[in-house]
Design a protein around this ligand. Structure first.
Ligand code: ARG
Length: 586
């Protein structure tokens, strides 16, 4: 990769000037404004400041020792100490040439592959997956795909909520209210119904409160937790029914997990957590519960001096106990270097508690903690800027949402392609509809809330999945018209040379694909990739308007076909990483 070559040379030149400095921080990255160049290094400024040198002087000294003449037209010193590089078109053409033969054009594998566990989706048993789950599912899946493509060892784990107090109420509902027939037709709907009916009676704040129901729910929970065969059997049935429905959604979304180790998997592993945390002096008994107080001066402000309850007063495990045991398991058994938790921003305090506790616990017991990161995200909103709900005020079920996406896409596809068979139109609509929902979810900065809009996400113009999917179709059709085989052969053996400004602009953008993936992986922000692909499609459109491909003169044809080929491959790879499918026709 060209930026890498420039970077190596720059670091070498910097070492000549400052032999003792850590020059690995001198990165060469795309220049934010093409006016100034194609690539840029800004890091000499901080290197100079640390040493109380003049940044501009340091940059000038480095520049004097820098030789990148074989790739660059010019290298300039700008502003307070920026170094700007502008590529020669011949170097650009050469980079394209080698990309044509690469399996993953413009992508470089990580130099230090890591084992990364990604905990995402993680719905709760007996509750329908709703629109809130789409974010965790789609984000987590995209991060898994990105990190894998970059050569990391990724382990995906669905941490299903299959244990906890809700089962007391569910068991009462199951035994007193269950309608077997409805359960068969719509298991999650029926379980949701009985849960809501009972939980309304268990809330002392609510008018329908019944002390006796609450007592019974508690008793059923205790029975379950102490291994009562009847309750265990019901609990297993609830899990199996839920899992079936979750799997249906995952298969529609094309999402796979390596593991689905739910909370209950850790039932026999929490004891060790209590023991270790008590032995190392972190956890203490407080009002009957086992608690970690975050008294350290470096505790995050939002949890400082707050208790982190790791075992309930009744001796039962809670969300914290299982999450602590889960960290241990992922470290010891899955060999995780890093764990990513893709969870709603509203759980930030829980995770700050968890991460801080793990850090103290592992430090005290002289172990290396895995790196733990919360990949948090905002809420999906309706037109009214409030969390998206159905007209009757319920959570929008994910299944209904996906159905609607396919139906709406079907209407659009049918209007555009009335000549296609219905089954074909349905298949295209499936890919377009689901792609649109996923892309719309990945496009905003993940921490912001976003307003859900069918019209926007399904538009064929603008930064949407359909627009990008359509761009793929268009490029494919160029190859089809050109006689795919001849065209592909031409591309592989071509001697490339770039001339038109639109060719050059497109080529430069292609080159940055790998860097964008790395940025997505560094900051866990797929929106970088969405924007990159949109820009790529735009540059391709301008190129295609101005530069005939199949009708071009022999000397230009090969280069232009190569640009088409690489654009198609990068677009496809990019959409694949986002989990968005493509189709032959649209
Ligand atoms: N089941 C939880 C919920 O629906 C999310 C679990 C996230 N993962 C974790 N290890 N805590 O809120």
């Amino acid at each position: 990769m060209i930026h890498q070559l420039l970077q190596d040379r720059l670091q070498e030149a910097a070492r000549q000037v400052l032999p003792k400095a850590d020059t690995s921080l001198l990165l060469v990255r795309p220049c934010p404004d093409p006016k100034f160049g194609d690539y840029q290094c800004t890091a000499l400024i901080s290197l100079a400041k640390e040493r109380k040198l003049s940044p501009r002087q340091l940059a000038a000294d480095v520049l004097a020792r820098l030789d990148v003449g074989e790739w660059c037209e010019k290298v300039e010193l700008a502003g307070v100490g920026f170094i700007n590089f502008r590529l020669q078109t011949s170097a650009l053409a050469q980079a394209l040439q080698s990309a044509i033969r690469a399996e993953h054009p413009f992508v470089q594998k990580a130099k230090q592959p890591r084992t990364i566990v990604i905990d995402f989706s993680s719905p709760n048993v007996a509750k329908p997956m709703h629109v809130g789950h789409i974010r965790s599912t789609v984000l987590g899946d995209c991060l898994a795909r990105t990190l894998r493509l970059l050569g990391h060892r990724v382990i995906t784990d669905n941490h299903i909520g299959d244990w906890g107090t809700q089962f007391g109420m569910l068991l009462v509902g199951w035994k007193t209210l269950l309608d077997r027939q409805t359960l068969e037709a719509d298991p999650l709907g029926e379980m949701d119904r009985i849960y809501k009916a009972i939980s309304a009676q268990c809330d002392p704040e609510k008018p329908g409160f019944h002390q006796s129901t609450l007592d019974r729910a508690r008793a059923e929970l205790v029975k379950l937790q102490s291994g009562d065969p009847e309750n265990l059997a019901i609990w297993r049935e609830m899990i199996a029914l839920s899992q079936k429905q979750f799997d249906e959604i995952y298969s529609r979304l094309g999402v796979k997990f390596d593991y689905a180790l739910g909370e209950s998997f850790y039932n026999d592993k929490v004891q060790r957590v209590y023991q270790e945390l008590t032995d190392c002096g972190l956890a203490v008994e407080s009002e009957g519960a086992l608690v970690v107080f975050q008294n350290e001066p470096e505790a995050p402000a939002n949890i400082k001096a707050q208790p982190f309850i790791i075992r309930k007063r009744d001796g039962g495990a809670n969300y914290a106990s299982t999450d602590l045991a889960t960290v241990l398991y992922r470290k010891e058994n899955l060999k995780a270097d890093r764990v990513l938790y893709v969870v709603d921003s509203r759980q930030r305090d829980h995770f700050d508690h968890l991460f801080f506790t793990v850090h103290r616990w592992f430090t005290k017991t002289r172990r290396n903690p895995p790196e733990l990161k919360l990949i948090d995200f905002g809420t999906v909103l309706g037109d009214n800027n409030k969390p998206l709900k159905t007209r009757s005020g319920e959570n929008v079920k994910l299944r209904d949402l996906l159905d609607e996406a396919e139906q709406r896409a079907f209407k659009i596809v049918s209007e555009k392609n009335p000549e296609l068979r219905e089954s074909q139109r349905r298949e295209i609509a499936r890919i377009v509809g689901l792609g649109a929902v996923k892309f719309a979810d990945l496009l905003p900065n993940r921490q912001s809330d976003y307003v859900f809009s069918w019209d926007k996400m399904l538009a064929l113009e603008g930064n949407t999945a359909p627009y990008l999917q359509y761009a793929c179709v268009r490029i494919r059709s160029i190859f089809r018209k050109g006689g795919a085989e001849n065209a592909q052969r031409g591309v592989r053996n071509a001697e490339l040379s770039l001339a038109a400004p639109q060719e050059i602009a497109l080529a430069k953008h292609l080159l940055n694909f790998g860097l964008v993936l790395e940025a997505v992986a560094d900051e866990y922000r797929p929106n970088f990739l969405c924007n990159y692909l949109y820009e790529l499609a735009g540059r391709f459109a301008r190129f295609y308007e101005n530069c005939p491909v199949l009708k071009a003169a022999e000397s230009e044809r090969a280069t232009r076909l190569a640009l088409c080929d690489l654009t198609a491959r990068v677009l496809n790879q990019g959409l694949e990483v986002l989990g968005v499918g493509t189709t032959e026709q649209m």
